[in-house]
Ligand binder design. Sequence first.
Ligand SMILES: NC(=O)c1ccc[n+]([C@@H]2O[C@H](COP(=O)([O-])OP(=O)(O)OC[C@H]3O[C@@H](n4cnc5c(N)ncnc54)[C@H](OP(=O)(O)O)[C@@H]3O)[C@@H](O)[C@H]2O)c1
Length: 366
Amino acid sequence: MTGATMVTGADGYLGRRVVSTLLARTDDPLVLAVRAADDTELATKREWAATAFDAAPGRIRVVAADLRQPKPFVDVDPATVRRIVHTAAITRFNVDRDSARQVNLEGTAAVCDFAATCVNLDRYLVLSTLYVSGRHEGPVAEHRLDDRGFVNHYEWSKWAAEERVFGEYAHLPVSVLRLPTVIADDDSGRVTQYNAFHHTLRLFFYGLLGLVPGNPATPLSVTTAAFVSDAVAHLLDDRAPRGVFHVCADPDDTPALGAVIDAAFAVFESDDWFRRRRILRPIYCDEPAFDRLTSAARSMRQAVLSDVLGTVAPFGGQLYRPKTFQTDALRSAWPGCAAPKSIPLVTSTVSHLVRTRWGKTQQEAP
Ligand SMILES: NC(=O)c1ccc[n+]([C@@H]2O[C@H](COP(=O)([O-])OP(=O)(O)OC[C@H]3O[C@@H](n4cnc5c(N)ncnc54)[C@H](OP(=O)(O)O)[C@@H]3O)[C@@H](O)[C@H]2O)c1
């Protein structure tokens, strides 16, 4: 397998889409690096890949690579790898610091160490998050960012991983793609991976949460997996410039939190069941009040309340820190780039959530 593209986290939500896009748009052989605890799990993941992807025989190879190991890629010949897309990470906002350090920071360093041995490497893309900006407020540029503090260990670990890439591994042909929250597979609004965005809206829909942490004026950037995999395919091309790219809508098309909540409730209110329950729109609460509420729920051992707030709390701090993400580098590297329109995307996504009752019904209700 010479001239291969290796995708880490190839069975993750975005990894799968990146693999499908590269299969469709390139002729590259692909190495799918997956976490597998043992031969049985690896065999299961190989079977899954054989049915999940429409690939010619021999075009994909699935290898076990646990990023918690110091040398995860012993089964891959570095001379055969021309491009790497690093998507693997622990992506839970409530991840503990040690696990985040081990997989997201040291794991990225392990991928970099391997990349440094790939003598034919042309391109190395690292998927990151817009929230490496942490507690920063105001415009965020597409370059290395300083430490302004973080609202959770996930953000910190992704920032620290970027620091390693920009420092020790700056000689690699690397690009960093910072992503917003992915809320749907594509513009249709179909959801196949649920995250804090979807879980929080579910709490509002069922009347389990009567307040919103955050400032209604805080911009909230959202996108689709289709747009991200399209960006990966473009920026992986040999002709694309290298750099840091914010893979998101322009600041002018980034709605405020209040507009997102309004769009969601407009969809909720078109549902008969929701209207009959007469559930009111949630009230915005300031940060000290929200912090008091979450710590009171913890100390009172209110399991249900604590679970509900636990869904929202690990990213709630971001909703008090207004910032916009510049996209000049992305626009210049990818002139035809068209990010999904944010409010129509929120509307189609929430419509999907309501119709399927957050994936509970097999078939969408009419
Ligand atoms: N989706 C978003 O909204 C979003 C937003 C911003 C940034 N990102 C970034 O985009 C990337 C992909 O995100 P995603 O949504 O596709 O995440 P995901 O669905 O959670 O997939 C993560 C992948 O990483 C793998 N992984 C976890 N621990 C590993 C380990 N120790 N060794 C090797 N592989 C490991 C997982 O394998 P197992 O499942 O087998 O553990 C899985 O394949 C991440 O870097 C994330 O930080 C995503």
